[in-house]
Design a protein around this ligand. Structure first.
Ligand SMILES: [Zn+2]
Length: 388
């Protein structure tokens, strides 16, 4: 269950700021603004791309038209997208993988308005992992080889106003500590080896053990959303889940709905999900291993639904059966959010007939980034600008 909560933190991705500001954000034209909240981000070919749901375009964040984005000169090469953070107009991130057993070598800031790129810290020895940001500070783990093939870890705090780094723990630790949330002046941590949750003050003091793990991205008001694994459906071969809503004060658990297939998205004040519907038949695909054509299905049903946070008002959002895409899964697309304004984004697989003979034979010819409007159900495919 704890593991699931981590997955929730990573995959039940929603957009906390938008939930508060959704009206403002959806009415301005984000394409004219270097506003980090107006875009989704993803990494392609080891560099950072921004996705504009409005123009349905995917472009490199690196502003240099001559840059190939494939070496250390590119400010976003080998970025750790999963732990990228946004504070004000700036992106903060770790990048450039170290050698065997190492994490990332550079702590970086990129100002989206001025275009200024700064390496805040690049230790000669050791590497960094588990970046987390509050409005005041960056937290990360400094990892140092212990000489026996492992690392020791120090929790570090980079003060954003003073630009100073401090080690917060007394003795190096034998496991990484992931700061996953900040709330009411407390920082919430997960020890990545023991899987223990705890909280501290902003300077890593006043430790309180036994905190309940939660994901800020899956929290609305005083409710934490959580998934209960109901196991593999032997007929559809899809894992099914029950979605619960937990009162964070009383611990009371209420089922929002049963039999969700795959991980839902909590976005703003809505939940978007696939149900354990009957699989949608797609066609015959050639199985290289078997050397024959076999029937293939969209096992997740091919439909997305949307409902209120309490499970009421369920509506069919879109049906992929009408178009030539299949959703293999909701992919962890874009660090901590899955949508902008009225749009969510997800990766899909495009398929097409192999010929015009109505043989029912299909081939998967490319992966596609789809943008789905959660009000109208409109689906559009983004154009990805790539260096040839
Ligand atoms: Zn570049």
């Amino acid at each position: 269950m704890k593991r699931l909560k981590i997955i929730l933190g990573k995959i039940l991705l929603c957009f906390l700021l938008l939930s508060m500001l959704s009206c403002e954000v959806s009415t301005k034209n984000p394409d004219t603004l270097m506003d980090p909240d107006a875009y989704l981000y993803t990494s392609l070919d080891s560099t950072l791309y921004r996705i504009s749901p409005y123009s349905a375009s995917v472009t490199p964040v690196c502003p240099d038209p001559l840059c190939e984005h494939d070496n250390a000169q590119c400010p976003f090469w080998q970025i750790c997208l999963a732990r990228m953070e946004t504070v004000g107009n700036c992106l903060y991130y770790l990048r450039e993988s170290g050698g065997w057993g190492e994490y990332y070598k550079k702590l970086c800031r990129y100002d989206l308005v001025s275009g200024e790129y700064t390496v805040l810290y690049a230790p000669k020895e050791g590497s960094m992992t588990e970046l987390f940001a509050t409005e005041e500070a960056l937290y990360f783990n400094f990892a140092k080889p212990d000489g026996e093939g492992w690392n020791t870890f120090d929790v570090c705090r980079y003060d954003l106003s003073r630009g100073k780094i401090r080690v917060l723990n007394d003795e190096p630790m034998n496991s990484a500590q992931w700061a996953y949330a900040a709330e009411n002046g407390r920082i919430f941590w997960l020890d990545l080896r023991s899987n223990m949750y705890y909280s501290t003050d902003a300077d890593y003091g006043d430790r309180r053990d036994g905190e309940r793990g939660f994901s800020p991205d899956a929290t609305r008001e005083n409710y934490q959303f959580d998934l209960e694994n109901l196991g593999l459906n032997q007929e559809t071969l899809v894992y099914e889940y029950r979605m619960n809503r937990i009162d964070r004060t009383t611990g009371e658990v209420v089922t929002v709905f049963d039999r969700v297939s795959y991980i839902p998205i909590i976005y703003g004040d809505r939940i978007i999900y696939a149900k354990a519907d009957a699989p949608t038949y797609l066609g015959l695909v050639y199985d290289e291993m078997l050397g024959e054509w076999v029937e293939d299905y969209d096992r997740w049903g091919g439909k997305y639904y949307i409902c209120e946070l309490d499970g009421s008002g369920e509506q069919l959002l879109c049906d992929f059966g009408a178009i030539s895409f299949t959703i293999p899964q909701i992919t962890n697309l874009s660090y901590e959010k899955n949508g902008v304004g009225d749009w969510i984004a997800l990766w899909a697989q495009h398929y097409a007939p192999v010929d015009e003979s109505n043989s029912g034979k299909i081939t998967y010819d490319r992966s596609a980034l789809l943008l789905i409007n959660i009000i109208t159900g409109e689906i559009k495919e983004a154009t990805i600008e790539k260096k040839s």
